[in-house]
Design a protein around this ligand. Structure first.
Ligand code: C2E
Ligand code: MG
Ligand code: MG
Length: 583
């Protein structure tokens, strides 16, 4: 840590006048001297506090000094603290025994004070040098905060203390900055570095001096760590619930803007909390628990603090297993594309299909995309998987056009994830697939969720413009869930607006919802967009949507997503999915 703190000496001696004299004679050396009058009291203080030097009486009433010294040297909390024996016996045998027990030095009583001062000064100076060397080896150069090695060491000490000292509590806060990567990518690394330094300073200023703040530089533990994560050790808490109060305070402080290169940057945080009451047995486990809780905080919607519990670990392990299995899924033919009809609400005609990915896991059976798509996105696997879906859907559509020239619908829609949208060569990749499969670009609809667009509007606008040049049709998916305002719709080249199913589900529940959906449909119409209502399940919803002039619908009423072989239109079935016969 970068702070220079006052050095601390522990004096263990049963004679009060020794304490008085030593304190008096060493008072100008700048070190704090803490008194213990018995071996037991001394050992207790060592467990509770950190010292730079121990002055130890050779003969104590409750235990001999040699045993105390051996105990101190065995304990990781005190093994590196030099011990100077204070002894009236100055024979060679005693001195050898003292050094054998781990003492750094000895001073004979009655003290020759210049000698005592010289030996104490020398021991403290050595300790200071060691601390400086340690500091260099254990400090992150950029932020001046503790690095991972030091943090783990301090955390290990806190775990030891919590085991042995009743009422001692600690907590670890794992802090991840929600938009850091974006800032790094868009403003460059010097700006990112400046932001990290400011974050470090703000964290340091928000906690007490005894707490440790660490910058997780290129940590090898979970693959997710991206060099923008901080951990905090809250040492010696009165109660573990204080950790939550501190986490909330940090969220408030961190939500204030950072001034970087002349701009105000907002960089909210997700915080995972693990405390001493959860009984993890090693520093790495505590860190893992706090990281797991941080991940849950992100899942729960970011900008929040979440405290670890065991069920999170089970979920994280399940996720990790799925992640490992998902890596094999594409190669092992466990992925399939299903298709869900999109129909005209005016004449019930089949208008198009949306391609929806399915994973048949060898042990767990069918796994919902809601569960595995986020994993694929987080690990980057969505890039090859998404590309496979796109190629497969285009190939299938062209085959349908060949096999069912009269019945084949006019379009096939494929979902693009935000990670795909961020690919600098996305348009070329899509173009290659269009060329390979020979699909008419106008028939290919690409769906992008509103939230993916809103995450980085400038980037999305550019990516969408590139795609538009290919002649594909762009659709805004799940509209209404991503906090974009209707007024910015015209800024993007979307031709289709898909109203999220949560709006459709609420249509029959109140006038306000109807009015809102009506506004969306009207505005989209004014902007020349067609509207698809998602999640249509009842005929009442159809009637309401028809009254609003909403052109298209998609939902279980018209057909669930199904494998190509199970789709009604490929079986020459009549009537087609209709408006008045629920599926
Ligand atoms: P989405 O793109 O909004 O797809 C529509 C989702 O709503 C599908 O869920 C569909 O099965 C479901 N749905 C359709 N009609 C109804 C209905 O009447 N009632 C209800 N309750 N649900 C209905 P699914 O297949 O579970 O997919 C969930 C999400 O996963 C998709 O939402 C999409 O965001 C994502 N996803 C699926 N396949 C892919 C893919 O190939 N690539 C990417 N990037 N994302 C995909
Ligand atoms: Mg979709
Ligand atoms: Mg949708």
């Amino acid at each position: 840590m970068s702070e220079t703190r006052q050095q601390k000496i522990l004096l263990i001696d049963d004679q009060p006048d020794v304490h008085l004299l030593v304190k008096g004679r060493l008072s100008d050396m700048g070190a704090e001297i803490v008194s213990a009058y018995s071996a037991q009291e001394g050992l207790r203080l060592v467990r509770e506090q950190s010292f730079d030097l121990i002055l130890l009486d050779y003969m104590l009433p409750d235990c001999d000094g040699l045993t105390v010294c051996r105990t101190l040297k065995k304990d990781p909390l005190s093994s590196r603290v030099p011990v100077i024996f204070l002894t009236v016996i100055a024979d060679d045998q005693t001195k050898v025994a003292a050094f054998d027990a781990g003492a750094a030095d000895y001073v004979t009583k009655p003290f020759a004070y210049p000698e005592l001062r010289a030996r104490v000064r020398s021991a403290l100076r050595n300790q200071q040098l060691i601390a400086e060397l340690d500091h260099r080896a254990t400090t992150d150069i950029l932020t001046g905060l503790a690095n991972r090695a030091l943090f783990l060491d301090r955390l290990e000490q806190a775990i030891q203390r919590a085991r042995r000292v009743k009422g001692y509590h600690y907590a670890v806060l794992f802090i991840d900055f929600d938009r850091f990567k974006l800032i790094n990518d868009s403003m460059g690394h010097p700006a990112g570095d400046e932001l990290l330094v400011q974050i470090g300073q703000r964290l340091r200023a928000t906690v007490r001096g005894i707490d440790s703040v660490c910058f997780m530089d290129a940590s090898p533990v979970p693959a997710r760590l991206a060099g923008d994560e901080f951990v905090l050790l809250l040492d010696g808490l009165c109660t573990v619930s204080d950790a939550n109060l501190i986490a909330e305070r940090l969220l408030v402080r961190l939500a204030e803007p950072f001034r970087v290169q002349g701009s105000d940057l907002f960089c909210t945080a997700s915080i995972g909390v693990a405390t001493s009451t959860q009984g993890a047995d090693s520093a790495l486990h505590v860190l893992r628990d706090a990281d797991t809780a941080m991940y849950e905080a992100k899942l729960a919607g970011r900008s929040r603090a979440v405290t670890f519990d065991e069920s999170m670990l089970l979920r994280a392990q399940h996720r990790l297993r799925l992640e490992t299995d998902l890596r094999q899924a594409l190669a092992n033919n466990q992925l399939q594309v299903h298709y869900q009809p999109i129909v005209s609400l005016t004449d019930a005609g089949l208008h198009g299909f949306e391609a929806l990915l399915r994973w048949t896991h060898p042990q767990h059976g069918s796994i919902s995309p809601a569960e595995f798509i986020p994993i694929a996105e987080e690990t980057g696997m969505i890039i090859p998987i998404g590309e496979w879906v796109l190629r497969e859907a285009c190939r299938q559509f062209v085959q349908w056009q060949r096999d069912f020239p009269l019945r084949c619908p006019v379009s096939v829609a494929v979902n693009l994830s935000r990670n795909q949208l961020m690919l600098p060569d996305l348009a070329e990749r899509v173009q290659t697939i269009i060329r390979e499969t020979n699909i008419n670009p106008g028939a290919l609809h690409l769906e992008v969720t509103e939230s993916a667009v809103m995450k980085d509007i400038a980037f999305a606008r550019n990516a969408l413009a590139q795609l538009q040049k290919l002649g594909v049709t762009l659709c805004m998916d799940d509209f209404g869930t991503g906090y974009s305002s209707l007024s910015c719709l015209h800024e993007f080249p979307f031709k289709v607006l898909k109203i999220d199913r949560s709006f459709v589900a609420n249509l029959t529940r109140g006038r306000d919802f109807c009015a809102l959906v009506q506004t969306i449909v009207t505005l989209a119409g004014n902007l020349g967009m067609t509207v698809v209502a998602e999640g249509v399940e009842t005929n009442d919803q159809v009637a309401t949507l028809q009254a609003m002039d909403c052109q298209y619908g998609q939902g279980y009423l018209f057909g669930r997503p199904a494998a190509p072989a199970d789709l009604a239109f490929t079986k020459n079935e009549t009537p087609r999915p209709g408006l008045n016969n629920a599926a």
